[in-house]
Structure formats: structure tokens, C-alpha cells
Design a protein around this ligand. Structure first.
Ligand code: FE2
Length: 373
């Protein structure tokens, strides 16, 4: 993981110095309207005033938006792209940095290492507690006509610097603390149980799981007044990013990305809804791994299966406490379940899932959730 990580409350005040250390003088800032309204962009502009601003990134960033920014960036010729925001803005910043040096459209680079020239340097500044994108090499961009989330990745796509300031969470609305916090939990749980997990990624996943269970409710209740909770939750999010970035995600993300591409469902919400059901599906392959994580969060039981099941129940309870929308709220049409299941099966991460998941398995998960809703 070649990204230099700078972590700490108030660390955004070092932005100018970091930009200077990178030798950058022409800057291109990629963000979204929510971050502009929150006042975070103006705090950045105070520190580095000469900057080209692109604030049109939407949730589940579209390829057309990224391509438009790509054209702009090739005219402006910056030497650094700053991504400021949640996963959408950070992923878009990485994609735009690629288009700056390679030309063409982002869909030309779908897959691993398809670019010819190294992308521009990226400075990633996360403002949510979920994405982990600040420490990974992947950018996920939605192709709206294909209704598919493309993964564009490669060793040169890691951000040069991740500047992680937990104080930026202060203006994050409660529902986003909940959904991005549970996205981070999904990263940790999937990284720990998928086939590519390693001893090293386990360390990050275990610590991240522990921190999320300890601090997410406190952060949700009082993000402004509880400095410890927001620092620990932000740290957990980055640790979970390190975990899945060097391991993988599994069937929860396969479903969440399929639903996100079809319905524009926020990524963290979709993950939260599918997490308990996929864990139940994975039980035959992952009970012992879930039991290990259950022990870390203080769950006791007679057997691995009992501990694993209690962990799943704990997650369902957490979703209710954090007012996460239900499966019904997603508004998925049963007539589209087959398409969701097929897209999930085609997802790059499907082969990593601990238990083999066929189209029929995804279909069964969706139908069961529908019956229970
Ligand atoms: Fe995620």
C-alpha cells in the first residue's frame, strides 16, 4: 500500500504544506454539492486558494460526469487532483486523474491496469466514515446505459497521500454516519471472510470490527461532541479500507453494487440491508471466522455456530438502532430480482466469496428478504 497516510483531528490545516511537499502548483479539486454546502470546500479554498473546482459528482458517480471532468482536466493541465468527499468523490478523483494523462473515456479503462501512462497524483481527503477509497487502488464508476458498476484499478491508482481528518465528520448528517459506518463494517467483515484474506489483512479487519462496534453508536448519537468516537470510527474506516483493499469484498458488495447501478441506492444503505442475509448464506463456510469476530466484540456462546448467529443478530439490532432503511424501503421490483442476481454473479468480487454463490443463490437471498419484508 504505497499511499502516505496522514491521520489526525485538525490535520486538514496541513493541506497547503502537503501540496507544497508534493511539488504541486496547479490543483484540480473533485467534490460534490453536499460538501460545498457543508462549508468544507471553503475551508479548503482558504488554505489553497488557486484551485480549479469540479463539484458535480453525484452518488454512484456516472461515467458521463467523469468523462466531462476528464475533458476539463486535459485543458487545465493540473499537476495534482484532490478528491474531497465520500467514496463517490474519491473514486471519481482517481478516474479523472487517469483520464488526465491517458485521454479517451473512462469506460476504455475498465479492468486492471488498462491505462498506458501513470495517472496524475491524487490527494484523497475523505469526509465520510465508510469508503476506504483513500487507501485503495480501485475506482468504481457507474455506466448508466449498461446499468453496471465498472471497476477501474491498477497499482498506479493508489492515492499519493491520504489526508484523514476526523473533524471533517462533524458536518456529516446522521443517516450518512450510519450508512457509511456500516459500509466500513461490511468491508471489515467481508475482507476477513473472503478467499483472498491473509494474516495481515486479518489484523486490519479485526481491529476495524472492534472499533466500529465500540464507537459507531456513540458517533451516531453525538458526532460533534464525542471526539473520541469520531476519531475511532474514522480510523476504523481507513483500517477496513486497508483490509479489503489487500483482500477483497464478497457477496454483500456484489448485491449492493448491482442494486446501486439499477436503483441508485446509496452504497452503504444497500450493504447494510444485505449484510445479515449474506452472512446467513455464508454460515456453512464462515461460521468459525464469524465466531472469531463475535468474540472480539464480546459475544459469548457454546459453539462457533451460536457465536456466529449471535453476531448476525447483533448486526440486525445495530441496523435498527441506527435507523437504517429496510429491504422494503429500497423499493426493488421482484420482476428485476433475476437481473440483480445475474449482475451480482458477474461482479468481479463474486469468486472471492467464501461460499460459492450462483445466480440462484443470489435470487434466493432476494426472495427471502422480500418474503420477510
Ligand atoms: Fe463498500
Amino acid at each position: 500500500m504505497p499511499t502516505r497516510v496522514i491521520f489526525g483531528s485538525g490535520s486538514i490545516s496541513n493541506l497547503k504544506q502537503i501540496v507544497e511537499e508534493l511539488g504541486a502548483s496547479r490543483l484540480f479539486l473533485v467534490t460534490d454539492q453536499g460538501i460545498v454546502k457543508s462549508g468544507i470546500v471553503s475551508r479548503v479554498l482558504e488554505r489553497v486558494p488557486k484551485i480549479h473546482l469540479f463539484d458535480e459528482i453525484e452518488p454512484n458517480p456516472k461515467y458521463s460526469t467523469v468523462n466531462r471532468a476528464g475533458k476539463m482536466v486535459r485543458k487545465i493541465k493540473p499537476d495534482l487532483v484532490i478528491g474531497l468527499g465520500g467514496g463517490s468523490s474519491l473514486d471519481a478523483a482517481k478516474a479523472i486523474a487517469l483520464l488526465a494523462t491517458n485521454g479517451g473515456n473512462i469506460e476504455d479503462y475498465e479492468g486492471k491496469g488498462k491505462y498506458r501512462t501513470s495517472p496524475l497524483s491524487v490527494l484523497a481527503v475523505p469526509t465520510t466514515c465508510g469508503t476506504g477509497s483513500e487507501v485503495t487502488w480501485v475506482s468504481v464508476i457507474t455506466h448508466t446505459e449498461r446499468k453496471f458498476k465498472m471497476s477501474i484499478k491498477g497499482p498506479e491508482m493508489f492515492p499519493k497521500v491520504a489526508l484523514i481528518d476526523p473533524d471533517l465528520l462533524i458536518s456529516l448528517p446522521k443517516p450518512l454516519i450510519a450508512s457509511t459506518g456500516l459500509d466500513a463494517l461490511t468491508h471489515a467483515l467481508e475482507a476477513y471472510t473472503v478467499k483472498p484474506a491473509t494474516f495481515l489483512t486479518d489484523l486490519f479487519a479485526r481491529k476495524s470490527t472492534e472499533l466500529i462496534f465500540r464507537f459507531v453508536e456513540r458517533a451516531y448519537k453525538n458526532i460533534e461532541g464525542d471526539r473520541e468516537a469520531r476519531e475511532k470510527l474514522m480510523l476504523a474506516s481507513t483500517l477496513a479500507g486497508l483490509a479489503f483493499g489487500n483482500s477483497d469484498v464478497g457477496a454483500v458488495h456484489c448485491l449492493a453494487e448491482s442494486v446501486g447501478s439499477l436503483y441508485d441506492t446509496p452504497h452503504g444503505v444497500a450493504n447494510s440491508v444485505f449484510l445479515p442475509s449474506v452472512m446467513e448464506f455464508n454460515l456453512p463456510a464462515s461460521a468459525s471466522r464469524y465466531a472469531e469476530l463475535a468474540e472480539i466484540v464480546g459475544i459469548e456462546g457454546e459453539s462457533e455456530n451460536e457465536k456466529a448467529r449471535k453476531l448476525i443478530e447483533r448486526i440486525k439490532l445495530l441496523c435498527r438502532t441506527l435507523s437504517i432503511p429496510s429491504f422494503k424501503d429500497l423499493g426493488l421490483k421482484p420482476s428485476e430480482f433475476l437481473e440483480i442476481a445475474q449482475k451480482s454473479f458477474q461482479n468481479n468480487s463474486n469468486p472471492s466469496n467464501p461460499r460459492e454463490a450462483a445466480v440462484e443463490d443470489y435470487l434466493r437471498i432476494l426472495e427471502k428478504l422480500f418474503r420477510q419484508s
